[in-house]
Design a binder for this molecule. Structure first.
Ligand code: UT7
Length: 325
């Protein structure tokens, strides 16, 4: 069980999620690039993904997810004193999408900023919010992961366009005398910046280089399985916990093969693993909070249960969060 540590803790008071209406199935993708439903399902487990509408932005999706989380937490936007939004597909270069979301919600005055850690973004954002709450700098944080990843995909590159989707997930995290989050671990290794990247930059009004996702799939796969199981072992060891004390494992939804390989290495039975990748594809920073929200709302995750969240993404970045829901 978790070790006695000094409070205050931060605790998830509400969760929310949003998926755009448009669904792109593997059969639809077969019409765009040379691929097959069989190949995609066998290599990734993905059957379909949601794609944002033409006029739908990351902030639009974040707002839906945030409002749901606020409602579950029974709190008003003005009760929020910190907004952290994880995205790699912001509405604008600046200001941050967190500031745009703040305007929509009306929680004016609270600090608001984006976190860029690609698919690890939500785990980075949740860890940062936890530190704010633990130090007393915030009492109630809105933490969001939202992506319109479809806009940075090259729809002629079958190696990447089949993998990703759009969506948003959110939590309200608030100060509590009881845990709550009891361990977090974050890591990065910038030497691997090139294995998953959008290499372009904006200069003098033009994109110099590529505005599309480029990936060395094999390298990403190997890196993910090795480092995810390591970071999960770290958060468990921080609290003298064993894998069998975890009620629900909520991994980054990149690829079913990465999820099953990691669960196997950690001896987590698949019945305890929340998976959404077959229906959502990889929604980057939105994947973990979306999966969490779905399992909370369908009644699988119950109050008092112990959850383990992990993610890995471009950078390379990775991390894990251990918490009591
Ligand atoms: O947050 C992290 C995000 N990234 C990931 O999760 C990706 C991790 N990597 C992977 O999941 C896998 O590497 C992939 C699913 C991307 C690829 O699977 P793989 O088993 O590593 O395939 P591969 O890249 O070695 O390619 C095998 C073959 C190649 O053909 P040849 O050269 O053997 O003739 C590819 O051109 O599969 C071909 N291929 C495809 N075929 C049909 C690649 N993409 C596709 C496709 N449909 N969509």
């Amino acid at each position: 069980m978790y070790q006695d540590k000094e409070g205050p803790y931060s605790k998830i008071a509400g969760t929310g999620g949003y998926l755009p209406e448009k669904i792109l199935t593997n059969a639809d993708i077969e019409k765009i690039v040379e691929t097959s439903d069989e190949w995609i399902v066998e290599r990734t487990g993905i059957k379909q993904r949601h794609i944002a509408g033409e006029n739908e932005s990351t902030c639009d999706m974040a707002e839906h997810a945030a409002r749901q989380a606020l409602e579950m937490a029974q709190c008003k936007p003005e009760d929020i004193d910190l907004i952290i939004l994880a995205t790699t597909t912001p509405d604008r270069i600046y200001p941050s999408t967190a500031c745009l979301l703040q305007e929509r919600l009306g929680c004016i005055g609270a600090p608001a900023f984006d976190v860029q850690a690609v698919c690890s973004g939500f785990v980075y954002a949740l860890t940062t919010a936890d530190k704010f709450i633990k130090t007393g700098a915030a009492k109630r944080a809105l933490v969001v992961g939202a992506e319109t990843y479809s806009r940075i995909l090259d729809w002629e590159d079958r190696g990447t366009c089949v993998l990703f989707g759009d969506g948003a997930g959110a939590v309200v995290l608030e100060a509590s005398d009881e845990p709550g989050i009891f361990a977090t671990q974050l890591h990065a290794d910038g030497r691997y910046n090139d294995i998953l990247t959008v290499g372009g930059q904006v200069n003098q009004g033009e994109i110099i280089g590529s505005g599309f996702t480029a990936m060395n799939g094999g390298e990403v796969f190997k890196f993910a399985v090795t480092h995810l199981s390591k970071v999960v072992k770290e958060v468990l060891a921080d609290n003298n916990m064993q894998a069998d004390e975890i009620d629900w494992f909520i991994p980054h939804q990149a690829n079913m093969r990465i999820i099953t390989a990691t669960a196997k290495k950690l001896h987590f039975p698949m019945e305890k693993v929340v998976t959404t990748v077959s229906e959502h594809g990889n929604t980057s920073a939105a994947s973990v909070p979306l999966a969490l929200n779905i399992a909370v709302r369908d009644g699988r995750i119950q109050r008092g249960q112990t959850l383990l969240l992990e993610a890995i993404g471009g950078g390379f970045t990775w991390g894990a969060v251990l918490l009591k829901f």
